[in-house]
Design a binder for this molecule. Structure first.
Ligand SMILES: *Cc1c(COP(=O)(O)O)cnc(C)c1O
Length: 355
Protein backbone atom coordinates (compact mmCIF):
# COMPACT_ATOMS: atom_id res chain seq x y z
CA UNK A 1 0.00 0.00 0.00
CA UNK A 2 1.33 3.40 -0.97
CA UNK A 3 0.50 5.75 1.89
CA UNK A 4 0.85 9.47 1.28
CA UNK A 5 2.37 11.01 4.42
CA UNK A 6 2.07 14.68 5.33
CA UNK A 7 3.80 15.38 8.63
CA UNK A 8 2.78 18.07 11.07
CA UNK A 9 4.96 21.18 11.30
CA UNK A 10 4.36 21.42 15.02
CA UNK A 11 4.20 18.35 17.26
CA UNK A 12 2.03 18.82 20.36
CA UNK A 13 3.63 15.92 22.25
CA UNK A 14 5.88 18.23 24.31
CA UNK A 15 2.86 20.24 25.51
CA UNK A 16 0.98 17.13 26.64
CA UNK A 17 0.83 16.29 30.36
CA UNK A 18 1.20 12.50 30.38
CA UNK A 19 0.82 12.48 34.19
CA UNK A 20 -2.78 13.70 34.08
CA UNK A 21 -4.48 12.14 31.08
CA UNK A 22 -8.21 11.58 31.17
CA UNK A 23 -9.94 9.36 28.62
CA UNK A 24 -10.13 10.44 24.97
CA UNK A 25 -9.49 14.13 25.57
CA UNK A 26 -6.14 14.62 23.84
CA UNK A 27 -5.32 13.44 20.33
CA UNK A 28 -1.95 12.53 18.81
CA UNK A 29 -0.29 14.52 16.04
CA UNK A 30 -1.48 12.45 13.06
CA UNK A 31 -4.43 10.49 11.73
CA UNK A 32 -4.88 7.84 9.04
CA UNK A 33 -7.52 8.20 6.35
CA UNK A 34 -8.66 6.13 3.39
CA UNK A 35 -11.60 6.60 1.01
CA UNK A 36 -14.01 4.18 -0.60
CA UNK A 37 -15.32 5.09 -4.03
CA UNK A 38 -15.84 3.31 -7.35
CA UNK A 39 -16.15 0.07 -5.37
CA UNK A 40 -12.69 0.16 -3.79
CA UNK A 41 -10.73 1.48 -0.84
CA UNK A 42 -8.10 3.92 -2.09
CA UNK A 43 -6.06 7.07 -1.34
CA UNK A 44 -4.50 6.00 1.99
CA UNK A 45 -3.04 9.01 3.77
CA UNK A 46 -1.48 9.97 7.06
CA UNK A 47 -2.07 13.65 7.74
CA UNK A 48 -1.93 16.01 10.73
CA UNK A 49 -4.82 15.51 13.17
CA UNK A 50 -7.37 18.19 12.44
CA UNK A 51 -10.78 19.21 11.15
CA UNK A 52 -12.38 17.37 8.25
CA UNK A 53 -14.66 19.10 5.79
CA UNK A 54 -18.18 17.68 5.40
CA UNK A 55 -21.46 18.86 3.89
CA UNK A 56 -24.60 19.09 6.06
CA UNK A 57 -26.18 16.49 3.76
CA UNK A 58 -23.60 13.83 4.73
CA UNK A 59 -25.82 10.74 4.92
CA UNK A 60 -24.17 9.19 7.99
CA UNK A 61 -25.15 12.24 10.06
CA UNK A 62 -28.78 11.54 9.20
CA UNK A 63 -29.07 7.77 9.10
CA UNK A 64 -26.15 6.51 11.18
CA UNK A 65 -24.31 4.26 8.75
CA UNK A 66 -21.22 4.23 10.95
CA UNK A 67 -19.07 1.59 12.70
CA UNK A 68 -16.11 1.92 15.03
CA UNK A 69 -13.52 0.04 17.08
CA UNK A 70 -11.50 0.69 20.22
CA UNK A 71 -8.14 -0.97 20.89
CA UNK A 72 -4.88 -0.05 22.62
CA UNK A 73 -1.12 0.20 22.11
CA UNK A 74 1.32 -0.15 25.02
CA UNK A 75 4.92 0.87 25.54
CA UNK A 76 7.01 -1.87 27.20
CA UNK A 77 10.71 -2.53 27.80
CA UNK A 78 10.66 -4.56 24.58
CA UNK A 79 9.05 -1.79 22.53
CA UNK A 80 5.58 -0.75 21.45
CA UNK A 81 2.84 -3.28 20.71
CA UNK A 82 -0.82 -3.26 19.76
CA UNK A 83 -2.93 -5.75 21.73
CA UNK A 84 -4.83 -8.30 19.58
CA UNK A 85 -5.36 -6.14 16.45
CA UNK A 86 -6.57 -9.15 14.39
CA UNK A 87 -9.48 -9.70 16.77
CA UNK A 88 -10.60 -6.06 16.69
CA UNK A 89 -10.26 -6.00 12.91
CA UNK A 90 -12.37 -9.16 12.60
CA UNK A 91 -15.11 -7.48 14.65
CA UNK A 92 -14.87 -4.28 12.62
CA UNK A 93 -15.70 -6.29 9.50
CA UNK A 94 -18.59 -8.05 11.25
CA UNK A 95 -20.01 -4.63 12.16
CA UNK A 96 -19.44 -3.47 8.56
CA UNK A 97 -21.44 -6.40 7.26
CA UNK A 98 -24.44 -5.57 9.49
CA UNK A 99 -24.36 -1.86 8.52
CA UNK A 100 -23.86 -2.52 4.75
CA UNK A 101 -20.41 -0.88 4.86
CA UNK A 102 -17.66 -2.31 2.63
CA UNK A 103 -15.17 -4.42 4.60
CA UNK A 104 -11.50 -3.54 4.98
CA UNK A 105 -8.73 -6.09 4.43
CA UNK A 106 -6.50 -6.85 7.39
CA UNK A 107 -3.42 -5.87 5.38
CA UNK A 108 -4.65 -2.33 4.79
CA UNK A 109 -5.91 -2.00 8.38
CA UNK A 110 -2.67 -3.10 10.03
CA UNK A 111 -0.39 -1.26 7.62
CA UNK A 112 -2.25 2.02 8.08
CA UNK A 113 -2.22 1.54 11.86
CA UNK A 114 1.46 0.51 11.97
CA UNK A 115 2.63 3.48 9.90
CA UNK A 116 0.53 5.84 12.03
CA UNK A 117 1.99 4.45 15.27
CA UNK A 118 5.55 4.61 13.92
CA UNK A 119 5.10 8.29 13.19
CA UNK A 120 3.39 8.99 16.53
CA UNK A 121 5.44 6.57 18.67
CA UNK A 122 6.31 9.35 21.15
CA UNK A 123 2.60 9.46 22.05
CA UNK A 124 2.72 5.93 23.48
CA UNK A 125 3.80 6.86 26.99
CA UNK A 126 5.82 4.33 28.98
CA UNK A 127 4.26 5.37 32.30
CA UNK A 128 2.65 2.34 33.99
CA UNK A 129 -1.09 2.50 33.49
CA UNK A 130 -0.88 4.74 30.44
CA UNK A 131 -1.62 3.52 26.93
CA UNK A 132 -2.55 4.84 23.51
CA UNK A 133 -6.24 4.32 22.78
CA UNK A 134 -6.81 3.66 19.07
CA UNK A 135 -10.13 4.58 17.48
CA UNK A 136 -10.67 3.26 13.93
CA UNK A 137 -14.05 4.23 12.43
CA UNK A 138 -15.87 4.18 9.12
CA UNK A 139 -18.67 6.50 8.06
CA UNK A 140 -20.81 6.80 4.95
CA UNK A 141 -20.01 9.92 2.91
CA UNK A 142 -22.67 10.24 0.18
CA UNK A 143 -24.33 13.65 0.26
CA UNK A 144 -27.88 12.51 -0.18
CA UNK A 145 -31.04 12.50 1.94
CA UNK A 146 -32.74 9.43 0.51
CA UNK A 147 -32.58 6.38 2.77
CA UNK A 148 -30.26 4.00 0.98
CA UNK A 149 -26.85 2.38 1.22
CA UNK A 150 -24.12 4.93 0.60
CA UNK A 151 -21.75 4.39 -2.32
CA UNK A 152 -18.83 6.21 -0.69
CA UNK A 153 -17.15 5.93 2.73
CA UNK A 154 -14.25 7.20 4.75
CA UNK A 155 -12.13 5.04 7.08
CA UNK A 156 -10.12 6.91 9.66
CA UNK A 157 -7.89 6.05 12.61
CA UNK A 158 -7.32 8.60 15.34
CA UNK A 159 -5.35 7.89 18.53
CA UNK A 160 -5.52 9.32 22.03
CA UNK A 161 -3.09 8.89 24.94
CA UNK A 162 -5.04 7.74 28.01
CA UNK A 163 -4.19 7.38 31.68
CA UNK A 164 -4.87 4.52 34.11
CA UNK A 165 -8.60 3.89 34.24
CA UNK A 166 -8.41 3.29 37.98
CA UNK A 167 -6.58 6.43 39.01
CA UNK A 168 -8.37 6.25 42.38
CA UNK A 169 -8.18 2.51 42.88
CA UNK A 170 -9.85 -0.62 41.65
CA UNK A 171 -13.31 0.11 43.13
CA UNK A 172 -16.49 -1.86 42.45
CA UNK A 173 -19.35 -0.27 40.52
CA UNK A 174 -23.12 -0.41 41.11
CA UNK A 175 -25.45 -1.78 38.42
CA UNK A 176 -29.22 -1.59 38.03
CA UNK A 177 -31.52 -3.48 35.65
CA UNK A 178 -34.13 -1.57 33.66
CA UNK A 179 -37.76 -2.53 33.49
CA UNK A 180 -38.41 0.21 30.96
CA UNK A 181 -35.64 0.24 28.35
CA UNK A 182 -33.84 -2.36 26.22
CA UNK A 183 -30.42 -2.06 24.58
CA UNK A 184 -31.02 -4.36 21.64
CA UNK A 185 -33.42 -7.00 20.42
CA UNK A 186 -32.73 -10.20 18.54
CA UNK A 187 -31.99 -9.41 14.91
CA UNK A 188 -31.15 -5.79 15.73
CA UNK A 189 -27.81 -4.01 16.01
CA UNK A 190 -26.70 -5.40 19.38
CA UNK A 191 -23.77 -7.39 18.00
CA UNK A 192 -22.39 -4.48 15.94
CA UNK A 193 -20.16 -1.74 17.31
CA UNK A 194 -22.17 1.14 15.96
CA UNK A 195 -23.10 4.56 17.41
CA UNK A 196 -26.85 3.81 17.43
CA UNK A 197 -26.38 1.40 20.37
CA UNK A 198 -24.71 4.16 22.35
CA UNK A 199 -27.34 6.74 21.44
CA UNK A 200 -29.98 4.30 22.72
CA UNK A 201 -28.14 3.83 26.01
CA UNK A 202 -27.66 7.48 27.00
CA UNK A 203 -31.09 8.16 28.53
CA UNK A 204 -31.24 4.86 30.50
CA UNK A 205 -27.67 5.47 31.76
CA UNK A 206 -28.59 9.00 32.80
CA UNK A 207 -31.59 7.71 34.77
CA UNK A 208 -29.44 5.01 36.39
CA UNK A 209 -26.90 7.66 37.45
CA UNK A 210 -29.66 9.84 38.83
CA UNK A 211 -30.64 6.90 41.05
CA UNK A 212 -27.10 6.36 42.29
CA UNK A 213 -25.92 3.60 39.95
CA UNK A 214 -22.93 3.54 37.61
CA UNK A 215 -24.59 1.77 34.70
CA UNK A 216 -27.54 -0.31 33.52
CA UNK A 217 -27.31 -4.11 33.57
CA UNK A 218 -29.17 -4.94 30.37
CA UNK A 219 -31.70 -7.74 30.24
CA UNK A 220 -32.95 -9.37 27.03
CA UNK A 221 -35.42 -7.33 25.00
CA UNK A 222 -38.23 -9.91 24.91
CA UNK A 223 -38.72 -11.45 28.36
CA UNK A 224 -36.52 -9.00 30.32
CA UNK A 225 -35.26 -12.08 32.09
CA UNK A 226 -31.85 -13.02 30.71
CA UNK A 227 -28.74 -10.98 31.37
CA UNK A 228 -26.98 -9.48 28.36
CA UNK A 229 -24.29 -6.91 29.17
CA UNK A 230 -23.69 -3.61 30.85
CA UNK A 231 -22.97 -0.23 29.27
CA UNK A 232 -19.94 -0.86 27.11
CA UNK A 233 -18.87 -3.98 28.98
CA UNK A 234 -19.52 -7.70 28.88
CA UNK A 235 -20.38 -9.29 32.24
CA UNK A 236 -19.07 -12.32 34.14
CA UNK A 237 -20.46 -14.10 37.23
CA UNK A 238 -18.28 -16.31 39.43
CA UNK A 239 -20.55 -18.79 41.18
CA UNK A 240 -20.26 -22.39 42.31
CA UNK A 241 -16.56 -22.17 41.41
CA UNK A 242 -17.44 -21.56 37.78
CA UNK A 243 -17.12 -18.42 35.72
CA UNK A 244 -20.25 -17.87 33.62
CA UNK A 245 -20.98 -15.24 30.99
CA UNK A 246 -23.89 -14.71 28.57
CA UNK A 247 -23.39 -16.66 25.34
CA UNK A 248 -23.15 -14.96 21.97
CA UNK A 249 -26.65 -16.07 20.91
CA UNK A 250 -27.94 -13.16 22.95
CA UNK A 251 -27.71 -9.61 21.58
CA UNK A 252 -24.34 -8.79 23.10
CA UNK A 253 -21.30 -7.24 21.51
CA UNK A 254 -18.57 -9.89 21.31
CA UNK A 255 -15.89 -8.24 23.43
CA UNK A 256 -12.23 -8.91 22.78
CA UNK A 257 -11.58 -8.53 26.54
CA UNK A 258 -14.37 -11.08 27.13
CA UNK A 259 -12.47 -13.50 24.87
CA UNK A 260 -9.15 -12.74 26.65
CA UNK A 261 -10.75 -13.35 30.07
CA UNK A 262 -12.30 -16.66 28.99
CA UNK A 263 -8.92 -17.78 27.63
CA UNK A 264 -6.86 -16.75 30.68
CA UNK A 265 -9.39 -18.11 33.19
CA UNK A 266 -9.33 -21.51 31.46
CA UNK A 267 -5.50 -21.38 31.33
CA UNK A 268 -5.42 -20.97 35.08
CA UNK A 269 -7.78 -23.91 35.62
CA UNK A 270 -11.07 -22.03 36.19
CA UNK A 271 -14.07 -23.62 34.48
CA UNK A 272 -15.86 -21.18 32.16
CA UNK A 273 -19.35 -21.51 30.70
CA UNK A 274 -20.96 -19.34 28.04
CA UNK A 275 -24.70 -19.76 28.42
CA UNK A 276 -28.00 -18.05 29.15
CA UNK A 277 -28.12 -16.58 32.66
CA UNK A 278 -31.37 -15.29 34.09
CA UNK A 279 -31.45 -12.47 36.62
CA UNK A 280 -33.43 -14.82 38.92
CA UNK A 281 -30.58 -17.31 38.87
CA UNK A 282 -28.21 -14.57 40.03
CA UNK A 283 -30.59 -13.44 42.79
CA UNK A 284 -30.96 -17.04 44.06
CA UNK A 285 -27.20 -17.67 43.90
CA UNK A 286 -26.66 -14.50 45.90
CA UNK A 287 -29.29 -15.46 48.48
CA UNK A 288 -27.77 -18.93 48.89
CA UNK A 289 -24.25 -17.54 49.22
CA UNK A 290 -23.07 -19.12 45.96
CA UNK A 291 -22.39 -15.89 44.08
CA UNK A 292 -18.77 -14.99 44.76
CA UNK A 293 -17.94 -12.27 42.24
CA UNK A 294 -19.34 -10.19 39.39
CA UNK A 295 -17.26 -8.10 37.00
CA UNK A 296 -17.47 -6.35 33.64
CA UNK A 297 -14.86 -6.52 30.87
CA UNK A 298 -13.91 -4.00 28.19
CA UNK A 299 -10.86 -2.49 26.52
CA UNK A 300 -11.02 0.82 28.42
CA UNK A 301 -11.18 -0.51 32.00
CA UNK A 302 -10.01 -4.13 31.31
CA UNK A 303 -11.88 -5.49 34.39
CA UNK A 304 -14.53 -3.57 36.30
CA UNK A 305 -15.59 -5.22 39.57
CA UNK A 306 -19.31 -5.01 40.39
CA UNK A 307 -20.19 -4.55 44.07
CA UNK A 308 -23.96 -4.07 43.90
CA UNK A 309 -26.83 -5.07 41.60
CA UNK A 310 -30.40 -3.83 41.94
CA UNK A 311 -33.29 -5.60 40.22
CA UNK A 312 -36.77 -4.21 40.91
CA UNK A 313 -36.88 -3.86 44.72
CA UNK A 314 -34.08 -6.30 45.42
CA UNK A 315 -30.62 -5.02 46.14
CA UNK A 316 -27.79 -7.52 46.27
CA UNK A 317 -24.29 -6.95 47.54
CA UNK A 318 -21.49 -8.98 45.97
CA UNK A 319 -18.44 -10.02 47.97
CA UNK A 320 -19.38 -7.42 50.58
CA UNK A 321 -19.13 -4.71 47.92
CA UNK A 322 -15.39 -5.37 47.59
CA UNK A 323 -13.21 -6.39 44.65
CA UNK A 324 -12.88 -10.16 44.45
CA UNK A 325 -9.71 -12.23 44.13
CA UNK A 326 -10.53 -13.61 40.69
CA UNK A 327 -11.26 -10.14 39.24
CA UNK A 328 -7.97 -8.91 40.66
CA UNK A 329 -6.01 -11.91 39.36
CA UNK A 330 -7.46 -11.57 35.85
CA UNK A 331 -6.76 -7.84 35.87
CA UNK A 332 -3.15 -8.48 36.92
CA UNK A 333 -2.70 -11.26 34.35
CA UNK A 334 -4.01 -9.13 31.47
CA UNK A 335 -2.17 -5.95 32.42
CA UNK A 336 1.09 -7.84 32.92
CA UNK A 337 0.81 -9.00 29.29
CA UNK A 338 0.00 -5.39 28.28
CA UNK A 339 3.02 -3.95 30.08
CA UNK A 340 5.34 -6.96 29.70
CA UNK A 341 6.03 -7.07 33.44
CA UNK A 342 6.78 -10.77 33.72
CA UNK A 343 10.04 -12.34 32.55
CA UNK A 344 9.48 -15.00 29.88
CA UNK A 345 5.84 -14.07 29.74
CA UNK A 346 3.56 -15.99 27.42
CA UNK A 347 1.40 -13.59 25.45
CA UNK A 348 -0.39 -16.22 23.29
CA UNK A 349 0.73 -14.26 20.23
CA UNK A 350 -1.54 -11.39 21.28
CA UNK A 351 1.00 -8.58 20.97
CA UNK A 352 1.64 -7.09 17.54
CA UNK A 353 5.01 -5.35 17.81
CA UNK A 354 5.59 -2.04 16.06
CA UNK A 355 9.21 -2.13 14.92
C1 LIG B 1 -16.81 -2.32 22.83
C2 LIG B 1 -17.92 -2.89 23.61
C3 LIG B 1 -17.73 -3.88 24.59
C4 LIG B 1 -16.38 -4.37 25.03
O1 LIG B 1 -15.62 -4.92 24.02
P1 LIG B 1 -14.03 -4.99 24.14
O2 LIG B 1 -13.61 -5.54 22.83
O3 LIG B 1 -13.71 -5.88 25.27
O4 LIG B 1 -13.56 -3.59 24.35
C5 LIG B 1 -18.86 -4.41 25.21
N1 LIG B 1 -20.09 -3.97 24.91
C6 LIG B 1 -20.30 -3.00 23.99
C7 LIG B 1 -21.69 -2.58 23.70
C8 LIG B 1 -19.23 -2.43 23.31
O5 LIG B 1 -19.45 -1.47 22.41
Amino acid sequence: MDIQVIKTQHSRVGETDFENLGFGEVFSDHMFSMEYKNNEWASPQIIPYGKIGIFPSLCSLHYGQVVFEGLKAFNTKKGIHVFRPEKYHERLNKSCHRLCIPEIEYGAFIEGLTELLKLDRKWVSGKKGNSLYIRPFIFATDNFLGVKISKTYRFMIITSPVGAYYAEGFNPIRLVTSGKYVRAAKGGLGAAKTPANYAASLLPAEEAKHNGFSQVLWLDGIEKKYIEESGAMNVFFFMDDELVTPSLESCILEGVTRNTVIHLARESGVRVQERRISIDEILSASKEGRLKEVFGTGTAAVISPVGTIRHNDILISINGGKTGALARKLYDDITSIHYGDKENDNDFGWRHWIT
